[in-house]
Design a protein around this ligand. Structure first.
Ligand code: NCD
Length: 293
């Protein structure tokens, strides 16, 4: 993966992802990025993605530069996205970009010599999150294949859910249930790309699931605030719902959560979302090591 841009999860082959998972699950020396600088260009809010990238760089002995919002940068003076990326390209060995506009990371990759890693672009792609999600299943269940998945929430505007669903096409899940409130169903564009056994349904399939992937409603991406008001609070995973779950049901969530998983669920055997978030560090370490180490 040396020097490669990481724009979309489907740019990867299953074998490459599995190699990444094996690296993520082994020990690192701690000097794999010695002398390297990673630029973190976050034009949109982030907690886990940015801080786990920072942690990953530091744990590999590298350094980072960057910003966590356009505020405080020359973008406020009117500098363009392209000029900003050109500068980061001159300073760093890799550029991690998060932006609210779809295609921003791809554009950055066209402008920069250094490899660009997409840390989320609009409601479209979030490849490193999908890597973490798959890694969590792979590690906990031994395989991504043969399982029944339910993806619950905002399947229209959620880039993490979209990337996860697409990433499953690289594997052989038994079945994928897409569970979205009315108005938040996946776009036709996504459904057309799903070459797997999927069904649009509701939470009545819960007893069948091995993995339930929950996402929040992406309030900030609604073109019309009234549309958000109509769907907010329309689903919730709580102890009552889980009475019907299989013993081994694993609940994932890219986080942040708002109200879609009751905090009481955190102490059940089903809650894997904090472990999933922690896996962000070794997976991003493995990726950085592969791309620029
Ligand atoms: C997600 C994102 O930014 O797309 N968060 C993350 O990176 N873990 C999910 C979200 O914001 O709902």
């Amino acid at each position: 993966m040396r020097g490669r841009d990481v724009i979309c999860i489907l740019d990867f082959k299953r074998s490459e992802l599995e190699r990444l998972f094996r690296i993520a699950s082994t020990r690192f020396e701690g000097d794999e990025l010695r002398g390297k600088v990673v630029a973190l260009a976050f034009f949109e809010p982030s907690t886990r993605t940015r801080l786990s990238f920072e942690t990953a760089v530091l744990r590999l002995g590298g350094g980072y530069i960057g910003f966590s919002s356009a505020e405080g940068t020359s973008i406020q003076k009117g500098e363009s996205f392209s000029d900003t990326i050109r500068m980061l390209d001159a300073y760093a060995d890799a550029i991690v970009v998060r932006h609210r506009i779809e295609g921003a990371a791809k554009l950055a990759a066209e402008l920069a010599e250094a490899p660009v890693i997409n840390a989320g672009d609009g409601s479209k792609r979030h490849p490193t999150q999908a890597m973490i999600d798959l890694y969590t299943v792979w590690r906990e269940k031994g395989s991504v294949d043969g399982l029944t998945y339910g993806v619950l929430g905002d399947l229209r505007y959620g880039r993490a859910a979209r990337s996860f669903i697409l990433s499953l096409t690289l594997f052989n899940p038994k079945r994928v249930y897409l569970i979205a409130p009315k108005g938040l169903e996946p776009k036709q564009e996504l459904l057309e790309r799903l070459k797997l056994d999927y069904e649009l349904t509701d939470l009545s399939v819960l007893p069948e699931l091995d993995v339930l992937y929950v996402t929040r409603i992406q309030k900030e991406r609604f073109p019309d605030p009234a549309e958000y008001e109509r769907v907010k609070g329309s689903y919730k995973v709580d102890l009552k719902l889980l009475e019907d779950a299989k013993g081994g049901l694993m609940i994932l969530h890219p986080l942040p959560r708002v109200d879609e998983i009751d905090p009481e669920v955190d102490r059940t055997e089903h809650a894997f979302y904090f472990k999933q978030a922690a896996n962000g560090v070794p997976v991003r370490m493995a990726l950085l090591q592969e791309v620029i180490g």
